[in-house]
Design a protein. Structure first.
Length: 133
């Protein structure tokens, strides 16, 4: 209390730990179509900040990442677009198939921890939408 002096001593054994910020993700794109009409090559771009993708290849099925894909139709597929290579911070998902429902919902994307270097849990990407009429 008050004006009590504090003694500071040197500690040559002191260690500092600087942690990298956790990876985050954003998504962009609109999957546009008409209920009952085939979609082909509709694209969603996912970009990571403070992380890179790993363990993936072009044409991999990533439908499980889009937790509400069935909101637009049970026959829709989601694959990584050709040209993707591991180690980058962005990738494109292609949506194909025939929607059997109308929706204008935000697309919910959850990238598994195993596919993002530096992640300590699944990484959520927001920003893309459905526009199925």
């Amino acid at each position: 209390t008050g004006n009590t002096a504090i003694t500071v001593t040197t500690n040559t054994e002191a260690k500092f730990s600087i942690a990298n910020p956790a990876p985050t993700a954003s998504a962009s794109g609109t999957v546009t179509g008409t209920n009952g009409s085939a979609l082909s090559g509709q694209e969603i771009e996912i970009t990571l900040t403070n992380g890179t993708f790993t363990g993936l290849s072009a044409s991999d099925n990533v439908a499980s990442w889009i937790t509400n894909l069935s909101a637009a139709g049970s026959s829709l597929t989601a694959t990584i677009k050709a040209g993707y290579s591991n180690g980058g911070n962005s990738l494109t998902i292609e949506i194909n198939g025939t929607p059997d429902q109308t929706t204008s919902a935000a697309i919910s994307i959850e990238i598994p921890q195993a596919n993002v270097n530096g992640a300590t849990g699944n990484v959520t990407a927001n920003g893309a939408t459905f526009n199925i009429s």
